[in-house]
Design a protein around this ligand. Sequence first.
Ligand SMILES: Cc1cc2nc3c(=O)[nH]c(=O)nc-3n(C[C@H](O)[C@H](O)[C@H](O)COP(=O)(O)O)c2cc1C
Length: 223
Amino acid sequence: MELKEAAIARRSIRKFKPDPVSRETLTEIIAVANRAPSAMNTQPWEFFVIAGDVLESVKKQNIENLRNGIPPAPEQIISGWPPDSPYRKRQVELGKQLFTLMNIPRDDMAKRVEWMERGFRFFDAPAAIVITYDKMLSEPGPLLDLGAVMQMICLAAVEHGLGTCIESQGVQYPSVLRKFANIPESKKMVIAIAIGYPDPDFPANKVKSSREPVDTVTTWVGF
Ligand SMILES: Cc1cc2nc3c(=O)[nH]c(=O)nc-3n(C[C@H](O)[C@H](O)[C@H](O)COP(=O)(O)O)c2cc1C
């Protein structure tokens, strides 16, 4: 598969078939992603690949925490979006696209909560990859490297017919992951990727998120 084809085909998948993804396939994907560049080839990423009963326990406990009002405690803060900024505008646009496809009216709190919970249960994926780095590393040093490897995983997955959703929602309760997946205190959890075979009938899986034109995001100098 051409890189361009994979880049265009990749999109966030928010519901998966229950079919498991083999360890062999996941190993191939990680082996490709592992070719990502990193500062001075430090390769600061460490993956925790979670499936089966362990993942089910994480999903269950995440939802229980949410419903009991336990505040999320992410170890990596994803930046905020000022209200009048283009960033917030793009976020709202995506929300509208998803809620329209899912037929979730703005004021239907029950449906909105149900939607939100989906991310905390890894969109029903049969596997999840938690990307971490060792806390001995400086802040926010390895984040660029982790971003590179994260995207490589998502692209490599496409070639296997797999879908992914990068999700900060997956690492909102690090203590739950530590407990069930034995992730040591010394590892900082940055992001999760839900991975599995996409459910083609799920409306939100059809979302085609927009992008700004190249000239809006690029300043050409010296041409
Ligand atoms: C750092 C990061 C965190 C994200 N966290 C979430 C999340 O918690 N829940 C979710 O549904 N999507 C999450 N996403 C997916 C984005 O919403 C998605 O990539 C974006 O809307 C573009 O859509 P696309 O992936 O379909 O191209 C995240 C993406 C990134 C890069």
